[in-house]
Ligand binder design. Structure first.
Ligand code: PMP
Ligand code: GLN
Length: 387
């Protein structure tokens, strides 16, 4: 049987491929973005308590009230945006399912979605599964600022949505208030939905502050804000995410979501609710901690000869590998580095649309959400490497 041709261009996700390679050859894994230490004890204990107290059956379709209420409180507390937990908040199996549910629930065949590339790999696949088309706006180094005029120019009769990801994977770029405001304005003028992936909302450094897309004039009533507990509480394996937005957009997402997983992660839902209510110091602490890891890795990458582009958020830093091995494609470079240096990273070329792969050809992403000793080991290996 031939697989669904809509999925044919996408192959195996790079994260699975590179993590398997790291395990197979014993390389230090700075590829897939997952922390290698546990999150806050209160959150872990809450999950254990939930399992012990029998919260082990299907939770309600929209998610447990305790979590929907905690998500609504969190959006009010950090962004001053109010959501009705009954109709405007939906719990999903990670942000990944929220993205899939939004695409499948909102898009019709031949619709277009404006996306910023490089982009998280599930975006293109989910847009394709919905029969729609991704229309890319390319972000370019060194600062990866979005070209707002280009966004405006690309909106056409078939454009249905703009997908925004700030803080941005894989570059660590954050859109500023003018850029977010301009996107909100374009969407309002042209009657578009905004899908705003904010999973790195609390992993922001250097005194910057994340602003939710829904805070900008005209955005609240047309934006699905997506996030999850994985990054914020170092629980990427729990897959508890959520969508907030006006009820008609949330209902459309839920219409698709109910046939994807129906529900997930009952005992983890109250645990993430507990996390969302932690004091401000917790949220500042995780960003400070990650920022230190960034500051250990970045100078070492410079010393190896990479051109390193500034990152002010997320788990990631993007580099150009061309100065280290001129002319080599990023995929080939990452394989070579894994085998010869014993360090795994992700070739950014996978985050670009088919037509624009050249823009990411020699770029590589390193994850710094690892314990200091793991970063130190990777640095030692890279510095001893003679490419
Ligand atoms: N969006 C972005 C930009 C991501 O980097 C990730 C990676 N974890 C996700 C969504 C998926 O999040 P989750 O693990 O909650 O499904
Ligand atoms: N978001 C993480 C990354 O970009 C991993 C996601 C995944 O494995 N699907 O590395």
């Amino acid at each position: 049987m031939t697989p669904n041709p809509r999925l044919a261009p996408f192959g195996t996700t790079i994260f699975a491929e590179m993590s398997a390679l790291a395990a197979e050859i014993g390389a230090v894994n700075l590829g897939q973005g997952f922390p290698d230490s546990d999150g806050p004890a209160e959150v872990l204990d809450a999950a254990v308590d939930a399992i012990r107290s029998g919260l082990n059956q299907y939770p309600p379709g929209p998610g447990m009230p305790v979590l929907r209420s905690a998500v609504a409180d969190h959006q009010r507390r950090f962004y001053g945006v109010d959501y009705d937990m009954e109709t405007e908040v939906l719990v999903t199996a990670g942000a990944t399912e929220a993205i899939a549910g939004a695409m499948l629930g909102l898009l019709q065949p031949d619709d277009e979605v404006i996306v910023f590339e490089p982009m998280y790999d599930s975006y293109q696949a989910c847009i394709a599964l919905a029969g729609a088309r991704a229309v890319p706006v390319t972000l370019r180094p060194p600062d990866y600022r979005p070209d707002i005029d280009r966004v405006r120019a690309l909106v056409g009769p078939r454009t249905r949505a703009i997908l925004v990801n700030s803080p941005h994977n894989p570059t660590g770029m954050m859109m500023d208030e003018d850029e977010l405001g301009a996107i909100a304005e374009i969407a309002a003028e042209r009657g578009l939905v905004i899908i705003s992936d904010e999973v790195y909302e609390h992993l922001v450094f250097d005194g910057f502050r994340h602003r939710s897309m829904a805070e900008f004039p005209g955005a609240r009533e047309r934006t699905l804000v997506i996030s999850s507990g994985g990054k914020t509480f170092r629980t990427t394996g729990w897959k508890i995410g959520w969508v907030c937005g006006p009820s008609h957009l949330v209902a459309a997402t839920r219409a698709a979501k109910q046939f994807l997983t129906y529900v997930n992660g009952a005992p983890f839902q109250p645990a993430i609710a507990r996390g969302l209510g932690l004091p401000d110091e917790y949220f500042h602490g995780i960003a400070d901690d990650l920022c230190k890891r960034r500051d250990e890795l970045v100078p070492a990458l410079c010393s190896v000869g990479f051109e390193v582009f500034p990152t002010r958020s997320t788990y990631f830093v993007t580099v150009d590998a061309a100065p280290v091995i001129p002319g080599m494609d990023g995929r080939e470079f990452c394989r070579r580095m894994a085998h010869d240096a014993g360090v795994v990273a992700i070739p950014n070329v996978v985050f670009y649309s088919e037509a624009n792969k050249a823009a990411g050809r020699s770029l590589v992403r390193f994850a710094f959400c690892k314990r200091p000793e793991v970063i130190a080991e990777a640095v030692e290996r890279l510095q001893g490497w003679k490419p």
